[in-house]
Design a protein around this ligand. Structure first.
Ligand code: SF4
Ligand code: SF4
Length: 196
């Protein structure tokens, strides 16, 4: 290699260094677009699909809209969901006397209308969930949705098997439901970690 070629090579390396420093300097003085997690978290999570959660009733944020139809359980391809219905109150003998058969025969639907079904347990294994959204789309009463919870951590797999009723009750108690949930104001989705 001649002296001229060696000089050209050195100049090329110095120029490469200058270009690199220019890029670094540009981003060094640009406004910061990242946050110092975990001290800071981002708030633009409205479109993020986190673990599935229950949607509260408009009149009672601690209870889900769920009517225990079991369609989500059947539709889930990964068998993540298990729902146990709350036992229905049985009419006592006295109660049956108070509503004798002739009233039903006349079409008195109010007399034989069963109590609304609600879940006793609603478990969700997030370790199996593919976030496919089938359960959300299948629910006939809109009782399931994706949460916006992106900050998940746990010591083992069991920490990701969620009691969705407990989560909903925790959200209601903390007043950290979503803005669209009537009767509760959204504060921070991370506040909903009580159950999840
Ligand atoms: S999102 Fe898909 S995989 Fe997850 S619970 Fe719903 S149906 Fe199952
Ligand atoms: S969440 Fe919806 S689909 Fe699932 S059992 Fe309840 S009402 Fe049925």
């Amino acid at each position: 290699m001649t002296k001229v070629e060696a000089l050209k090579q050195r100049l090329a390396r110095i120029w490469s260094l200058i270009v690199g420093l220019k890029v670094t300097g540009t981003f060094f003085v640009s406004p910061q677009i990242t946050v110092h997690y975990p001290r800071q978290t981002v708030r633009n999570m409205e479109t993020f699909h986190g673990p599935v959660e229950l949607v509260p009733r408009p009149d009672d944020p601690a209870k889900p809209r769920c009517i225990v139809c079991m369609q989500c359980v059947s539709a889930c391809p990964s068998k993540c969901l298990s729902v146990v219905p709350k036992p229905q109150p049985r009419a006592s003998a006295e109660g049956q006397e108070a509503h004798p058969k002739p009233a039903e025969a006349k079409g008195d639907k109010a007399a034989k209308k069963p109590a609304a079904k609600e879940p006793l347990k609603f478990m969700y294994d997030f370790t199996l969930c593919s976030l496919c959204g089938t359960c959300v789309e299948t629910c006939p009463v809109g009782s399931l949705r994706f949460s916006h919870d992106a900050y998940l951590a746990g010591p083992d797999k069991a920490a990701f098997v969620y009691d969705l009723l407990a989560r909903l009750a925790g959200q209601a108690a903390a007043g950290c439901g979503r803005a669209e949930d009537k009767g509760s104001a959204r504060v921070d989705d991370r506040g909903a970690k009580g159950g999840v």
